[in-house]
Design a protein around this ligand. Structure first.
Ligand code: SF4
Length: 222
């Protein structure tokens, strides 16, 4: 019964390839302000912000970096102070010991191998200490060279509800999305889903009655 209901819902909205263009277009119109919420003024600041954002909110990171980036500007600045001082300066973002260690390791590698610059390729970014694929994806996309699609909890939930993936594993979801989403939209796509997930397609109780995607969504309650 449940399975036939899902099949019927999928039939109603049509194949995902035929829906993806309209979904992106409508979400762009609905959330013109969608984008990275972290504040940064350079490539290094972007990288540090994304590293600090693990397990905390962007608002919290922005609060900490507003002060941090006044004193730490170049990779060398993160190594010019004892680790304990950096830990204190990023304390409010949580997991401050691991984060300080990862940032210092990353800055060392930037200086030694990349002339103090942030590399653009995912394969290079994931070599930096404490930089996982998700961080690398975010950084590469914001630097103008998206090579993947960021999958966080909102992207996973909405991709499943919209019938873009049947997987639960972020790596498999990303693979499905890469096959589906046109490459020029790879940077903006996760932001659109994140914004929509926070404002409308909320985890516990999606507000389908206020959603611009109801006729394109197999999970619509309407
Ligand atoms: S129709 Fe409902 S379930 Fe589908 S995307 Fe919109 S809010 Fe989410």
């Amino acid at each position: 019964m449940a399975r036939s209901y899902v099949r019927e819902a999928r039939r109603r909205v049509g194949p995902r390839r035929e829906r993806i263009g309209s979904v992106v277009e409508r979400l762009r119109a609905e959330h013109p302000d969608a984008g990275i919420a972290l504040r940064f003024g350079s490539d290094v600041e972007l990288l540090v912000s994304v590293m600090l954002s693990a397990q905390t909110t962007d608002v919290n990171v922005n609060r900490v970096t507003a002060k941090l980036f006044r004193t730490y500007r170049r990779p060398e600045d993160y190594l010019a102070v004892p680790q304990e001082e950096l830990e204190r300066d990023i304390y409010a973002t949580g997991f401050f010991r691991q984060k300080a260690k990862a940032i210092r390791g990353t800055m060392t590698m930037l200086i030694e191998e990349y002339e103090g610059k942030v590399p653009r390729r995912i394969e290079e970014l994931v070599r930096l200490p404490g930089v996982a694929r998700k961080t690398a994806n975010v950084v590469a996309a914001e630097l103008g060279e998206p090579q993947g699609i960021v999958v966080d909890t909102h992207v996973r939930r909405l991709s499943q509800r919209l019938g873009f993936t049947r997987h639960d594993d972020p790596v498999k979801i990303e693979r499905d999305l890469q096959r589906l989403v046109p490459r020029p939209d790879w940077r903006i796509f996760p932001h659109l889903l994140i914004w929509h997930g926070r404002r409308v397609c909320i985890a516990r109780s999606p507000r389908c009655e206020d959603c611009v995607l109801t006729d394109l969504c197999p999970a619509s309650r309407l």
